[in-house]
Design a protein around this ligand. Structure first.
Ligand code: 0GY
Length: 280
């Protein structure tokens, strides 16, 4: 159990579901074979941690087969929405069906250990096609390719959310080159948002993840309207060091030290992106 109590209506804006494999097998191209982590487990975690809603992000192991995510959303009673991975050949009718199923964004993954290819031209076609739906693009990359990605990012016509801040080296501190590059990107374009997630992935020194807190808190304070937070449950590929979800929640008040920052991070911002009709 975390010590920190999230504000009412808090959203876990980065989590996944895996399978269950008997109903929703992983892709033939999956780079890892996860244990089942279905909606019942996700919603039990949500309740235990004191959250209200989930944004389920399609994980690479399910490829562009979004059925496990859609099934979880359908079982959530309106408390979950999703970010899909789509094939470039997807039809407009299929996109509309994803929207009806609760999808509000697409994910482009550039991590070579997770996907075989990341075709920028096809991604841009997809980004143009999802724009009329009011969706955004979620992009996952590592800090060393940020410079290469600049023209691609500039061409994306929708709001962009960067997973795990583009995996900066948090040991460099808030003034280090990775954080400065990220700030440069965000300062140049006000519709770039970041997920201030995954101390367990980004801070090899481990709990209580002081380097992560030291580097990330200034970002939350500088861009309070463009940050999202999530557990990253069930922590794919972290089998040697699965973080305690309660301990991850307890990082929130250290990177967002006031009640107002916490409310923006956990409620206002994710609600604006994923439940805009709620009018918050
Ligand atoms: C994350 C991070 C990872 C995995 C995936 O789609 C995925 O498989 O996103 C990772 O291995 O870094 O956000 O879950």
């Amino acid at each position: 159990m975390p010590r920190f109590t999230p504000p009412p209506g808090a959203v876990d804006a980065h989590c996944h579901v895996f399978g269950p494999a008997a109903a929703f097998p992983v892709s033939a191209k999956a780079k890892y074979l996860p244990a089942d982590a279905g909606p019942d487990m996700l919603f039990a975690l949500r309740d235990r941690l004191g959250f209200t809603r989930n944004v389920i992000v399609q994980a690479s192991c399910h490829g562009s087969d979004n059925r496990a995510m859609l099934d979880a959303i359908a079982r959530s009673g309106g408390t979950a929405r999703g970010v899909a991975v789509v094939d470039p050949a997807i039809s407009d009718a299929e996109l509309a069906a994803l929207h009806a199923g609760g999808v509000r964004g697409v994910r482009f993954n550039f991590l070579k250990r997770l996907v075989d290819d990341a075709p920028k031209d096809k991604f841009l076609d997809i980004a143009r096609r999802i724009q009329p739906l009011g969706w955004h693009v979620v992009i996952y990359f590592e800090a060393d390719i940020l410079d290469d990605l600049r023209p691609f990012l500039a061409a994306i016509p929708t709001l962009i959310v960067i997973d795990h801040m583009g995996r900066p080296d948090v040991a460099q501190g808030p003034a280090g080159p990775d954080m400065q590059a990220l700030r440069g990107l965000m300062d140049a374009r006000p519709d770039i948002w970041i997920k201030v997630t995954c101390p367990d992935r980004l801070d090899p020194k481990g709990p209580p993840w002081d380097d992560f807190v030291h580097s990330v808190r200034p970002l939350v304070e500088s861009y309070p309207d463009r940050v999202l937070w999530g557990t990253d449950w069930p922590h794919p590929n972290m089998q040697d060091a699965v973080a305690d979800d309660g301990a991850l929640v307890d990082v929130i008040p250290r990177i967002a030290p006031t009640a107002e920052l916490q409310h923006r991070l956990l409620v206002t911002n994710p609600m604006a992106l994923y439940w805009p009709e709620s009018g918050r």
